[in-house]
Structures are given as structure tokens and as C-alpha cells.
Design a binder for this molecule. Sequence first.
Ligand code: NAI
Length: 697
Amino acid sequence: MTAHYEVRGNVAVITLDNPPVNGLGFATRAAAAAGIERAEADAAVAAVVITGAGKAFSGGADIKEFGSPKALAEPNLLSLIGVVENCSKPVVAAIHSVCMGGGLELALGCHYRVAQAGTKVALPEVKLGLLPGAGGTQRLPRALGVEPALNMIVSGEPVEAQMLAMVPGQKLFDKIVDAAVVDAAVAFAAEVADKRPLPKVRDLKARHPNAEAYFQFARNMVGGMSKNYPAPLRCLEAVAGAVNLKFDDGMRAEREGFAALMLTPESKALRHLFFAERVASKIADVPEDTPLREIKKVGVIGAGTMGGGISMNFLNAGLPVTILETKQEALDRGVATIKKNYEAQVKKGKLKEDKYAARMALLSTTLSYDDLKDCDLIIEAVFEEIGVKEAVFKQLDAVAKPGAILASNTSTLDVDKIASFTSRPQDVVGMHFFSPANVMKLLEVVRGKATAKDVLATVMAIGKKIKKTAVVSGVCDGFIGNRMIEQYSRQAGFLLDEGCSPHQVDKAVEKFGFAMGPFRMGDLAGNDIGWAIRKRRYVDKPGMKYSASADRLCELGRFGQKTGAGWYDYQPGKRDAIPSPVVEEMLAKHREAIGAKKRDISDEEIVHRLVFALVNEAAHLLEEGIAQRASDVDMVYLTGYGFPIWRGGPMCYADTLGLFNVVQAMKRFAKNPMDDGAFWTPAPLLARLVAEGKSFT
Ligand code: NAI
């Protein structure tokens, strides 16, 4: 039973009780419907109050039931709302704390609504690529007015109840109280017990003085803002139905819209992301109740590009940070950059002066390891050289207090090796931030073979505290994200060999939805970085095939924006990428030198080769246990590499296409003479999934 029933005087009180937010799962719906029936049958009951136990009235659908047949089992939400609306005795919703999605739709089915000030009210379905499917698009415009309802439904954003109560003419709330909402609702119910007819939101009219013009204006606005997402416009059409159609016809149109959106890849992707985000913080063999180490003070070693950004995350979260460097000038430079970043935020009005001052007050600097001895977490972000890391970790081992977590931000070095420089490898972990570290959401938490479980659990929790999406990776060259991107970059190179221009590749990838194509990205990050890595790789993995086009580019000194020329030309002081005749000529010579024949390549082939390269490498990562689950890979790409959100990440995208089709395409790519045929052998996991007719998720 997930709802309780009691009688106070002549009022029955039904309390939804399905922690944490009284999700309207099957058992809760059934219990609520049974409560209404019981109240109908009890002659001593004259009115009913519905409320929620604990921290919510109701947060809406029960996410545990998402996509399962239970979500639709009768009484489904529509049926429950029907039972409530058709109750012969008045039903009053006692709303507090959180009233969202299906919770608000249920409240709209009640005859009256009493709300506590501060309640967050929303119809957030659009954020999952859906529209409210249990009457929300029909009843909210009738109760609240067309414009405010449309704003809520298209944005999905919560609004506090007392704000909505100020909307002129609104019928959403009959009463707002400051506290004790259930007592107030019981008193209200007793007052209206004998009043007939019972008011129903469905009987109200949703009116707008210039409906046609207003909706046309809104269509233009919403259409412009929601390019890749079909849901906002469908929400709008559903709300227009509340004005233009009879209630039952509007309900039918809403249901059709809901069903259509449910099948869109965009909604599938957004729902996938919703769950992927929640599951990413879980580690299979680390129990959820693992006691955490307390983190009250943070040390950062190195005040360069990464050290400064990393420090800002902790300052923003209210944690004191001490940065250590070898020279005062380096400290001064690092602190100046932090200040510059904050000042830019202040200028844009994104940060208040007093908050800026409070954050800077938490920052201290030092040249002495002694000042790190009371830090609970120390993150190293010094030069990417194993000898430098060794010296740093030996000193940390000597001064850090017992139990302090020692983290490295290394992007390519072996975390196990770094741990071995200390006498406490169990306290060592990788915390791989992405540049700019104060902006990018992704944090790869690199688990060494000795890393203690409570260290992992603590780092995952601190990741959440500093508002990162933390994903666990095992130790390997490049971890999850960069190991995959290497294959993506190789494909980009082969595409040039075969006749694409950098601009053609970037355009196709950007049209697919990536923030930036590989060549514009290379110019931004600096092509010399990849050059240095490739030089090392040629030695490490002599068999690995690469396009040498990027080397030819670097030999021309074209490192990217910082040298004013890269894959593109740049005008002084500007960032616009202009296709370069010099690069065209270089590529033509390069093709001639390697005996490559130029051919026409479609945008689809470009995108599929780049994305399937990610997918196949990720399948290897999953098989090796480096990544825990396919959805973690998606989180890495969505939060760290600009993969289009509405496609749900590379693995979700591959699932959407069908893994069989992915493998068929890979077999075609393998025949390409310029490509690395061996790479396209499907990873064993991928082959197995296809053989079993399964998907990654
Ligand atoms: P950087 O060159 O901008 O900064 C390194 C800083 O460390 C310099 O300020 C230097 O003075 C200081 N330093 C060097 N040796 C030191 C020592 N023994 N003690 C104290 N300070 C010392 O380098 P960046 O880009 O910040 O990289 C730092 C680390 O972060 C590297 O391991 C790198 O692989 C990693 N990383 C870099 C990313 C990037 O996009 N730049 C992304 C993710 C990780």
C-alpha cells in the first residue's frame, strides 16, 4: 500500500506515500483510487483531501516504472484523475513542497487546490522530449490562463505556487497558506462539503483575446529556440488545442502528441540521458552506503591552465583551496587568471561582487609542501611528465596527513605507476578534468588497481558537490574519452586522404550536431599536441596506421589559432575558420605522395565513420572493464566532447540505428584501401550483441 487513508471529522485524507517524491507508480495510483472509492462509500465522509507524505505532494510519474508496462497498468494516471474528478464528494488537493508533472495533473483533476507557499510547481515533461500526457496541456491553460500555462509547459521550469496565485483571474489555487497545508485543506474541505455543483477545471474555458496571433507569434519563437527538438512545438499545438477544441477532443490530441513524441529519437535520447546521469555515480562493487572521507580543505599543485580551473570549482562550492607552485611568478600568473575569469563573470552579471570576494577569500597560495599537510584532498596538475609527477607524489606522500586523498589530473600517464610513487596507493586516484576545468561538466574518475572504495565513493560525491558529471574509468592510455577520440581523429585523417577537405568533414559533423568538427577543434586546441602524441605513438605502436596529413600540416608550422593558421586560415584577432588554399595544396601533394585516389564522400559516410569509430572503441572499453556501462560512455561524450544531446551519445545513437546496421557499415568501411581495415573488425562485444539481436542499452 503506498497511500494511507484516515478520516478527520467528516473529511477523508488520502496521503500518497511513495518515497522519495510520491511518484505515481501503479501501487500508489491503485491505493489512491481505492481511497476515493472508500470515501464515496462512507456515509460519514462529506469531502476528501489528497496530499503527499514527506518531501512532496507528488513529483509525478514513478521513474522506476518508466517505459515498463506497469506505467500504463490500470488505473493509469488518466483513469485515476477520472476517478478523482468524477467523485461525488468534493476532493481538495493539499499541495506542498513539490508538485510536478503527473502530480500537478492529478491536482488539476481535483475540485479544489490549497497550496503551501514555496511549493515548486512544474510540468517538466518537455525536458524529456515529451508533453504532459494526463491532461496537463488541457487543464493548466484553463486553470491558469493560456500564456502562463504555455510558458510553463514549453519551458518545463518550476514556478513557486504563490507566484502563480498572483496571475490575474487564475483558478489554479483556491487558497495559499504559509504552513500546515493539510490542516488548512481539511478545514477548507469541510467548508465546501455541501457546495454543488462541484467545480471541474475541464468545464472552464481557456481563452485568449488574440489567440490566433498569439499562437503564431509563439510558434515562431518556440520554433526558433528548439531547432533540434520536436517536443516544444508539439506542446504548443496541444495548448492551442485547449483553446480551439472541445475538452475531450483536446485530450485526444494531447494523447496523440504524447504517443508520437514518445517514439521520437530525441525523446528516447533525453530519457536515456536522464537515467544515464543517475546511474553514472553508481559503482558496481562500491556499496551506496560506503562511509565517505570528509573533505574540508583542498590542495592543488600547479597553477597552470588546469590547476586554476580546478581550483575555481572548489572555491565555487565554498571549499578553501591552497595552490602550490615552484615559483612565485607562476602563482601570481595563476591567481591573476582566476581573478580575470571571475571578473568576466561579474561583468556579465553572472556573479555578485560579494560572492566573488567570498570565493577569493577562500584561496591561498604557497611554495611550500608544509602548507598542504592539513588538506583532505590534493589534486596534482603539473607538467605531463612522469618524472615531475614522481617528484610531486613523493613529496605529497611525505607531508599529506593520513587518509588524505591524493589525486592526479594526468590525461595520459599510468595512474597505477603514479600511485606506486607513494607508500599509500590506496589513497591515490585520477581526477581527470577537461579544459576549461571551471566550465566543462565532465570529470573522469580514474580507478587505480589499489584505489580504496571509500576514496572512489568520496571522489564521486565531491564531483557532485562541484557540479560535475563524474564517470568512473579504469586505467588505460587515454581513459574513456581520449582513447575513443583517438580513433575518431584517425578516421578524420583517413577522410582527408580519401579526398575530403577539412571544411567538408567539419560541416558534416556540425550538421549532425557536434559543437565543432574535428579540424576546427584541432585548430582551437593546438595541432602540435596531437603531433607530439603521435610521435610517441609511432614508437609505442609501430603497426598503428595514421594519416600523415596532420604531420604535414604541423611541419608547415600551422598549429592552429594560436599561430594564426592551422587547418584553416585566420584573420588577426578573429576566430572565423576560413578554408585555406595552402592546406588544399598540401593535401593534394600528400594524396599524390601516398597514391590515394580522391573520391566523393557523402556527409552520412563522414559522420558514420567518425561516430562508429567511437562506438567500436567503446565496445572494447566495455569488454575490458575500463568503462562500466554503455551509458557512462554516452555521459562522457555528452558532457566532455560536445556530442549532440538530442542524439543521446554515441552508444545511444548506435542503438537507435540498430547495431546490425552499424556493423554492416563497418564492414563496408573496412574495404576502403586508405583506411585501417583491422580497426573495423567489430569489437567482440559488438559482434555478440548483433548475433543476439541486442543493443547496448
Ligand atoms: P600547464 O603547463 O598550463 O600548467 C602546469 C603548471 O604546473 C605550471 O604552472 C607549472 O609551473 C606547474 N608545475 C610544474 N612542475 C611543478 C612542480 N614540480 N610543482 C608544482 N608546480 C609545478 O599544464 P596544464 O595544461 O594545466 O596541464 C597540467 C596537467 O593536466 C597535465 O598532467 C595535463 O596532462 C593535464 N590535463 C591537461 C588538460 C588540458 O587541456 N590542458 C586536460 C586534462 C588534463
